[in-house]
Each structure stands twice: as structure tokens, then as C-alpha cells.
Design a protein around this ligand. Sequence first.
Ligand SMILES: N[C@@H](CCC(=O)N[C@@H](CS)C(=O)NCC(=O)O)C(=O)O
Length: 222
Amino acid sequence: MHRLYYSPGACSMAAHIVLDEIGEPYELELVSSRGVLGGEGTTSAAWLARNPKGRVPALSGVPGRIGGTDDLLTELHAILVYLARTHPAARLLPGDPAGDARAMEWMNWLASNVHAMSYGQIWRANRFVVEERDFAAVQAKGRQNLREQHAYIESLLADGRDWAVPGGYSVVDPYLLVLYQWGGRVGLDMHASYPAWTALMRRVVARPAVARVLAAEGITVF
Ligand SMILES: N[C@@H](CCC(=O)N[C@@H](CS)C(=O)NCC(=O)O)C(=O)O
């Protein structure tokens, strides 16, 4: 059985949703990020011994070793692809080379540009500059980057498509839900500013698995 190491409302929530969608039993272990539930779990010695990256999500029970200890898979994008490919009946990736590549095109950009860069600048300015006096400038640049990225996401989703990867719900949709929810957390009016993204998120939260995970993690989107 897989075990997901997570933090409520963190990017791990997308993996939690996908695990729930798949419908097989799984285990959860709370490893709270700094600032979430007052947790220091991602920087604890015990967690760093398992995952030297000091991050969530991580999924146990996956053959091989790259990011952490044996059988531990790190990186949300990799976890989502693994879960979708090991459960093809759940149809969480298109399944054809071009469709799957489109999903990865989304996820790589969301992970690197939106999450690591912009939210890193806003929430973890210390990763970009040494002096605390420079934090505000980094955070302001992060907000500017985020506004540009959000406008791009909105333009993609406003082209009449049904789901992030047209043709079906995929692992990209819960990934976009995490980022939509974070937009609210940094004070943006996501509903007023991004109608197409909002409409997609309403379809996503209507899915029973998504509603269950939001309730379990104590997260409100609408
Ligand atoms: N590249 C990683 C990033 C993971 C990541 O930054 N996770 C955050 C939660 S959303 C975390 O663990 N933060 C704790 C910390 O930075 O100390 C991925 O996509 O999985």
C-alpha cells in the first residue's frame, strides 16, 4: 500500500486527490511544512533522513531510488504521472504520447515557474537573496511574476476547453486547484480575476474525491 507524506493545503494535496480518485487503500503521514499547522516537519532530522530535499509530497512504495530513501518517490509531477500510469483504468492521463506530453508540458511549467519561482519568491525569499532587507523586493517580483503566469493560465483555460488537457479530467486539474487555492492565500481575488480558471475549479471541486480530500485537509476553495 502506498503512503503519502503530505502537508495540508500544500502541493501534496494534488497527489492526495489523485490517490483518492484511484480508489485503492492508501496511508497518509503528516509532515507539515513550516508555517502550516505550526509545523517544522519538512526540516526535521527524521524527515531529512528519509527525504534529503526536505519537502513534501513523497510517496512510499515506488520501486527504485532517486530523490530519497529506497522506494520513496519525490516530486509532485513524478508522483502524479506514476499514479496515473499504474492505474490506467482511472484515466487520469490521456494515454497517448501527445496527450501525455501535453500534461507534462503543463506540470513542468507549473512546478518550475509558478511554484518554485514565483511562490518561492513570495513565501521563501531567503532562497533568492541573503539579506533580509532585500526580501520585500524579491516578494514584489514574485507577485509580478505570478500575475503574468495567472494571466497566461487564464488565457489557456478561456479557449473553450473542458479540462486543462482537453478531452478529459487529468492529474493536471488538481494541480491547478492547488495553485488556485494558493492565489487566494496570497490575497488575490481569484474568482473575480480569473473566470475561466474559476469555472474549471468549480468542476474539479464537484468531484467526490476532491471534496473528500478538501474536507480531510481542512481546505476551503469556494
Ligand atoms: N519540486 C517539488 C517542490 C515541493 C515543495 O516545495 N513542497 C513544499 C510544499 S508545497 C514543501 O515541502 N515546503 C517545505 C519547505 O520548503 O520547507 C515538487 O514539485 O514536489
